[in-house]
Write a protein that binds this ligand. Structure first.
Ligand code: SF4
Length: 363
């Protein structure tokens, strides 16, 4: 029921990662990365499926060895979501996973080695329609660039990215996206801003090594929020030292809060105070957990009293506003005769939300 996002997106070229469009007018794709041993096929497949279940559009898997490449083949056969292989330096691994159906290669062409190796990877990507992600990281800049700039700066990150971009452009390859990640919010944000002016390709956003669950989510929200609000960013990954499933949830929450992309329920809840007529916090926590399977975008406001309850309920699909013993219930912004018993709030709300979701189209 809330309005469209006022954000005007940067116009980027669209590339395809498997069947997922990235860039152009495509929805901003949410990614995560497995943290299992890739050679443990069963564990990696299980994690990819868990990521898919919470809405991951694309999943990255690191492929550090030829054994991991062989495992990748088996993994790829068992999952539907497009897979990106994360490869550093070894061009033979890139060729191998291409043979096994990889949907995107995360490899920096400038790090592959001599010209013939670069050409073999780029030619293979071209022939097989596989896009590439150039991934620059403030913590691993080339030595010459580090020496030139003394420390990671936005200009240093962009220069590093453009080296790789120039190689691909020289080889007439334009199916790529780029990231310039840093753990410092200002460094990352300014690097992306500068890069956005220089290339047309989609940008993959991330604040790298952002931290643990809470601090990393906050840092990522601040950094990515600044960029997304300026229209920069076509896909994102939240890096958390936590379960990767949380990365996907946080990614969607960021997009949801900027009204860029909705998936599932947007809960509007008051922080509670002594005026609350039912236990708002436990109601919201229980419903967030119970309703995770719902992908239909919907605003649900759960407010403890009449101070702010009606105002929020009027702009939500489902709203509840706390009253003594029984609370007011709103559907599509309209107050209903039916009221909820405060002692049975969670079950009643769950039933109403499920019924409403069943009538609405999913994302
Ligand atoms: Fe307190 Fe009511 Fe405000 Fe919730 S809406 S914080 S219960 S005054």
């Amino acid at each position: 029921m809330h309005q469209e996002s006022p954000i005007i997106r940067r116009q980027s070229k669209q590339i395809m990662v498997g069947n997922v469009p990235v860039g152009g007018n495509a929805p901003i794709a949410v990614q995560s990365m497995t943290n299992t041993l890739t050679t443990d096929v069963a564990a990696t497949v299980a994690q990819i499926k868990a990521l898919e279940a919470v809405g991951a559009d694309i999943v990255r898997v690191s492929v550090p060895t030829m054994d991991a490449a062989e495992a990748f083949k088996l993994i790829k056969q068992q999952v539907d979501v497009p897979l990106v292989a994360d490869i550093h330096f070894d061009y033979r691994i890139a060729l191998k996973v291409a043979e096994y159906g990889v949907d995107c290669l995360r490899i920096n062409p400038g790090n592959i080695g001599n010209e013939s190796r670069i050409r073999s990877v780029v030619d293979c990507a071209k022939d097989m329609n596989i896009p590439i992600r150039i991934g620059v990281n403030g913590g691993s800049l080339e030595r010459e660039i580090q020496e030139k700039y003394g420390e990671p700066t936005p200009a240093a990150l962009v220069e590093s990215a453009m080296r790789h971009v120039d190689i691909l452009q020289r080889l007439n390859f334009d199916q790529f996206k780029v990231s310039v990640k840093a753990s410092d919010v200002f460094l990352a944000v300014e690097s992306y801003r500068q890069l956005a002016k220089q290339i047309e390709q989609p940008l993959h956003l991330g604040i790298t090594e952002a931290g643990g669950f809470r601090s990393g989510a906050v840092k990522s929200s601040v950094g990515l929020g600044m960029l997304l609000a300026e229209g920069i960013g076509d896909t994102l990954r939240i890096s958390l030292a936590a379960d990767p499933v949380e990365e996907v949830r946080v990614g969607f929450d960021i997009l949801k809060s900027l009204r860029i992309r909705s998936r599932g329920i947007n809960f509007i809840a008051c922080p509670t105070c002594s005026r609350q007529e039912f236990d708002v916090i436990s109601t919201v926590n229980a419903l967030e957990e119970r309703l995770e399977d719902i992908i239909t975008p919907m605003d649900v406001s759960i407010i403890g009293c009449v101070v702010n309850g009606p105002g929020e309920a009027e702009v939500s699909q489902i709203g509840v506003t706390g009253g003594s013993n029984k609370s007011g219930y709103y559907l599509d912004g309209k107050r209903q005769k039916e009221r909820f018993d405060n002692n049975d709030m969670i079950d009643q709300l769950e039933a109403k939300i499920r019924a409403k979701a069943a009538m609405m189209a999913p994302e």
